[in-house]
Design a protein around this ligand. Sequence first.
Ligand code: PLP
Length: 382
Amino acid sequence: PNYFGAGPALLPTNVLEEAAADLLNYQSLGVGVGEMSHRSSQATDIINETKENFNKILNIPDTHEVFFAQGGGTGGFAAVVYNMLASFAQKTGKKGKVDYFITGAWSQKASEEAERLGADVNIVADARKFNNGKYGVIPAKSEWKFSDPSETAYVYYCDNETVAGVEFAEVPEVPEGVELVADMSSNILSKELDVSKFGLIFGGAQKNIGIAGVSFYVIKKSLLDRLPQKEANALGIQVCPIFLDFPSIVKNNSAYNTVSILCIHIINLVLKNLLAKGGLSAQESLSKRKAQKVYSILDQNPALFNLPVDKSARSNMNIVFTINGEGNEEKFLKGSSARGLSGLKGHRSVGGIRVSNYNAVTEESIDKLIEFVKDFIKEASV
Ligand code: PLP
């Protein structure tokens, strides 16, 4: 399929075929991968192998630990607050402040969740202040206002803003000793990453790495040492629901409660598939090349296409634009759909068109889209 939806998104066809067979009958057991106990030896093997492949593909150092949980990306917004504040309190005896970059709807939501859970939120920079009230830029470093590092439990950012189409070109540099937390729901596995820079990386699986129903976490192990919940609560830190309590999840090898073994198995199949195709360096070149093809054809036609995101902050995963001329966007959507190209409608909050260029979107699909755009340009009047 030539599907460009933002999520849940496509997975490689060979991965889905294997998953479908395993859903019916896993390893000839006569039981499907979604039917067996999350504590069975087969399930434990799946969890362990998925963690190993995660470690391999991201070159995760021994200082960090991979685990899986439920609650999606949004569950992560909350889990980050409870757990990171309690880790900081263990180290310092203080509640700590939390610093958020706001570069799009998802980091905005994450910061609102932190506030709702009683965290003392400082906004490092709000991109809207530097772009006429709209998302579309990463504020310049000179505008970043961090809290006092000795008071800061963590700095949070969203590496790729799925709705705004804004991606950090580089991991932001934070004050020495402060933990960095990243939401990578929509761009994990699209590029190489130096995991050692992070206290925590998390995301929902349903874009580049799997299907909805599980989220991934990569945490610095030292952060699992944290103040007991009662003592943390006495400092004004909210008590964490147990299913999002990182040390409890890790202690139980991601199976504290009934985690979806099917979802984790699919992550493993995606990881194995990507490793066989050359891993992250190969994927990074492919992602960039595919994205560049789309940006290039749009840039060549500025009378027709508006690209609201500053070039320095353009996402390789979600390419957003609007089309000038009455009725042209509907024509674009209808015309593309007639050619078997789907999932192109922009997010309901911003409208326009969004081309999601996740790992499973093939270069052939991108080429078909480009052919359509060329024909559309010929026929469109502004
Ligand atoms: N973060 C990002 C970057 C997202 O794109 C999304 C969803 O699209 C979320 C968080 C929220 O994820 P979930 O719907 O799994 O809660």
